[in-house]
Design a protein around this ligand. Structure first.
Ligand code: CO
Length: 174
């Protein structure tokens, strides 16, 4: 089922999400719905707070090229992270990010380009990922959502002001 994605500056996006304690059917339904919702909006990642659920749950699915110029996000490629913890991060890289809660806005953001993360899968089994690619950036973006942060908060003061002004105008125009 496709769920509604909360749009910035919805106050819920500022909530600190809570740890998941039961890896049950409700969690699996949430994860399945998040995948459908993300694909329907052509996203590569989604945190559960973006569909209004303040739990430490995120998904990432980086599209693969299935034919020339044709991309797909098969469900089995989805990385489902529950209660993730960043064990270490280093390096730095500028990358143009976007967010399904701030549709149409893309800004260069600086983040670590090498991270190691512990998390639980949907069955409650502990997993580890170490990555130095786009996935590392995406994981940091989504974990920020679990802590009530969106990527535009990392912009410089001037760029943030400009964004807020333009975003207000955009929301007014519908
Ligand atoms: Co986002």
């Amino acid at each position: 089922m496709i769920r509604e994605i909360l749009v910035y500056p919805n106050k819920k996006l500022k909530l600190i999400s809570k740890a998941v304690t039961s890896f049950d059917g409700g969690l699996h339904d949430l994860l399945d719905d998040m995948y459908e919702t993300m694909c329907a909006s052509n996203g590569v990642g989604l945190a559960s707070i973006q569909v209004g659920v303040d739990m430490r749950v995120l998904i990432i699915n980086i599209p693969i090229e299935v034919a020339e110029g044709e991309h797909d996000q098969p469900k089995e490629n989805t990385i489902e992270m529950i209660n993730p913890t960043i064990l270490f991060k280093d390096g730095s890289e500028l990358f143009q990010e976007g967010c399904l809660s701030i549709p149409g806005v893309y800004e260069e953001i600086e983040r670590a380009n090498h991270i190691k993360v512990d998390y639980y899968d949907r069955f409650g089994t502990k997993q580890t990922i170490e990555d130095e690619s786009f996935l590392a950036i995406a994981i940091q973006h989504e974990i920020d959502h679990l802590d009530g942060k969106v990527f535009i908060e990392k912009l410089s003061y001037i760029k943030r002001k400009k964004f807020e002004k333009e975003w207000k105008r955009k929301l007014k125009e519908g």
